[in-house]
Structures are given as structure tokens and as C-alpha cells.
Ligand binder design. Structure first.
Ligand code: KIV
Ligand code: ZN
Length: 382
């Protein structure tokens, strides 16, 4: 089994979301939980962006017991100096520096040439290396960067001292096949690639962030950059809980993470509440309906054996149990199960009668809850 490192960027790419700004105390609470969860790298912020972010990176650096602490910079010397300063007290620090490499970014953002970008990338990595050993280089918009030029940049920054190569699909453009093929191309065409770790950083503009990250690790990447609940710029980043559970549910891939999955639900709630960012009910792994069953056919199966309709034991992700939701689509098995849970054992004849009454009530309400059941039983006159 090989380990894929989890690089959490909830407090950097995640916190960039409008309205998701956190105060410094809450950042520390979340950082501590992420460390406990088992993330390998925690991107704590973008130190030059504001005094508050500088302070957050500084405070998180002091606090982390296991995770490496990372600070983001542009390929700008002053950014790197400030990040190094903020990371000074970290037991294990990483500087994350980089520059746009797609022709689109080179022409319209930088009004530069490929040669100039290459030079700036190398200079930034060399400068960062004068402060810390662990340097991650990001080739922004790598998803739309020509693979030949991308390989050239990767080779040059490895030579300059980069230990991790981040290949961001910044605009969420790639298809999984294409993103996987990009990793494979880099593995096969970059001299010195075995001295560095390839990293997936995927955005979710087309709903493919998770699929692209998994394709990336299937073709040789060994780090995934992700956020709790998939929060992040625009449609968000790769969701941490999804990639962790995908790898765990597919052991034949021979890839796993060090994440304590039982903490996932709790930390998802913490991030959602702290950022006032509700989780969609049908969100994989941590949504309110992720382990809820409401149609009669599914409920009957789950009551007989949970894994007929569930591929994950909810306890594995910190959810106490699957729920059997009573609606007008529910069957007798679900009604009998829920009634029994609150102390009513119904025989077959009784259940038939109560079920008729239940359907009348359920057609009028979205959901029947435990408090309604005694009234339904009473009204059915059994
Ligand atoms: O999406 C992106 O390209 C980024 C980089 C700054 C790593 O977030
Ligand atoms: Zn990003």
C-alpha cells in the first residue's frame, strides 16, 4: 500500500470564498482539528496578502504537532521573504510558490514570454530554498498548459530545488482522462521527476475535481490538495472527505491516506458552521442525506442488511447510524422498524392497518417523525 499525502487548503483556497472569512481564533480551532484528523500538509494562508493572514500562518506554525505548515506566495521575492518569516517557528515548514504557465496566463496576466516565466519560476524556487528545504512549486493553470512546456518548467524547478510539483487545474477545465494523461506525461518526460512528488490541485467548475484528483493519483501523483466540504474559489476545490473515502473503498488501487476517517463528519460540521457555509443535503459522505433511506425498496434492503444499499458504514466517517426516513414512499418494513425503535411491536395485521393510516398522514406531510407515530397508531384503532 502506498500513501497519498493529503494537503489541506481549507484555510487558504477555502477561505478565499466570499463570506467564508474566519477570525483568527476559529482558524486555530480548525487547524488543530485538521492536524488531529491526520492531514500531512496544512496550507495555513497567503502571508503577504494581509497582516491577519500573516498572523494566522505564524500562529498555526507554532501550534501544529504533526502536519507540515505551508504558506502560499507568488513567484515574487518579497512574498517569499514574508512567507519564510511567518513560517519561522514551524517544526516542518513548506513554501508554496509558483506562477501561471498556460499561454493564456503568460500573455494576458504577465505580458511575458515562456522563457521569462521559466526564469522567474527558477529564481523563485532558488530564493525559497535559501529559507527552507521543502519547496512546492505550482504551475498555475497547468490544466490548460502545453505539456511540453509544463515538463520543461517542472524539470527546471526540480533542478532549482523544488520537492513537490503542484499541477493545478486552476479553472476546473480538464477531463479525468486528460488530467491523468498529464501526470503520466510528466512522469515519463521530466528528468529528475523521481526526486519530487507530483500533486493534484483540482477545481470543480465542471464537477470533476474529485474525479480528476483520483485520475491524477492513478497516474503517479502522490499528493492531493483539497478542502473540507470541497469549499473553495467559484465551484470549489476537491473535497477531502470524498478522495479519502474513494481510496479507502477501493483497496485494489493500493493507495491510502493517513486520515482518521471517523473524524470526517465532525470536522465537516465544524467548517460548515464556522464559515456559515451550509452543506448540500445530497453531498457525498457528509451530507444530511448521505446515509438516509426513504424509498420502500431501499429501506427494506437496508433493514435486512445495511450494505445492500450502502457502500460505506456510516460509523467509518463519524455518522452514528444510517437513517430510515418515513415519507409517503416508505414501505411497511420501514414503518415497523421505526415503530419498534420507539417501543411499538406491531404484528402483521396491526401493521397493515397502521400502514393505511400512515399513508394518509404521509401524503400530507413531507416527513413523518417519531412524535407522529403514536398518533397514527391511535388513529388506526388497532
Ligand atoms: O488553483 C490554483 O491554481 C491555486 C494555486 C495558487 C495553487 O490555488
Ligand atoms: Zn486553487
Amino acid at each position: 500500500m502506498e500513501y497519498v499525502e493529503i494537503f489541506d487548503t481549507t484555510l487558504r483556497d477555502g477561505e478565499q470564498v466570499p463570506g467564508c472569512k474566519l477570525d483568527s481564533k476559529t482558524k486555530l480551532i480548525i487547524a488543530e482539528q485538521l492536524d488531529e484528523l491526520g492531514v500531512d500538509v496544512l496550507e495555513a494562508g497567503f502571508p503577504i496578502s494581509s497582516p491577519g493572514d500573516f498572523k494566522a500562518v505564524e500562529n498555526i506554525s507554532k501550534l501544529m504537532k504533526n502536519a507540515r505548515v505551508c504558506g502560499l506566495t507568488r513567484a515574487v521575492m518579497k512574498d517569499i521573504d514574508v512567507a519564510a518569516q511567518a513560517l519561522k517557528t514551524a517544526k516542518r515548514a513548506r513554501i508554496h510558490t509558483g506562477i501561471g504557465t498556460s499561454d493564456n496566463h503568460i500573455k494576458y496576466k504577465f505580458n511575458a514570454t515562456r522563457e521569462q516565466i521559466l526564469e522567474r519560476a527558477v529564481a523563485a524556487v532558488k530564493h525559497a530554498k535559501s529559507y527552507v528545504e521543502d519547496i512546492e512549486f505550482y504551475a498555475e493553470d497547468a490544466g490548460r498548459t502545453d505539456n511540453v512546456f509544463l515538463a520543461q518548467v517542472c524539470e527546471a524547478v526540480i533542478k532549482a530545488g523544488a520537492t513537490v510539483l503542484n499541477i493545478p487545474d486552476t479553472t476546473g477545465y480538464c477531463l479525468p482522462e486528460e488530467y491523468g494523461a498529464k501526470m503520466k506525461y510528466l512522469k515519463e518526460n521530466v528528468k529528475g521527476i523521481d526526486n519530487a512528488r507530483l500533486s493534484c490541485h483540482c477545481h470543480n467548475d465542471l464537477g470533476l475535481a474529485t474525479a480528476n484528483s483520483i485520475a491524477g493519483v492513478q497516474y503517479g501523483a502522490r499528493q492531493i490538495e483539497c478542502t473540507i466540504n470541497g469549499i473553495g474559489e467559484r465551484a470549489g476545490n476537491t473535497s477531502l472527505e470524498e478522495v479519502v473515502m474513494i481510496l479507502r473503498q477501493h483497496p485494489y488501487l493500493n493507495l491510502d491516506t493517513r486520515i482518521k476517517s471517523q473524524m470526517l463528519y465532525g470536522i465537516s460540521q465544524l467548517v460548515s458552521e464556522s464559515m456559515a457555509m451550509p452543506i448540500q443535503p445530497n453531498k457525498a459522505i457528509v451530507g444530511a442525506n448521505a446515509f438516509a433511506h426513504s424509498s420502500g425498496i431501499h429501506q427494506d434492503g437496508v433493514i435486512k442488511k445495511r450494505d445492500t444499499y450502502e457502500i460505506i458504514d456510516p460509523k467509518e466517517v463519524g455518522v452514528t447510524q444510517s437513517s430510515i426516513v418515513l415519507t409517503a414512499r416508505s414501505g411497511r418494513a420501514a414503518l415497523a422498524y421505526r415503530a419498534k425503535n420507539i417501543g411499538y411491536e406491531l404484528d402483521k395485521l396491526q401493521l397493515d392497518k397502521v400502514y393505511q393510516q400512515f399513508l394518509i398522514e404521509a401524503d400530507q406531510k413531507k416527513e413523518i417523525n417519531d412524535d407522529d407515530i403514536p398518533n397514527i397508531i391511535k388513529a388506526s384503532k388497532i
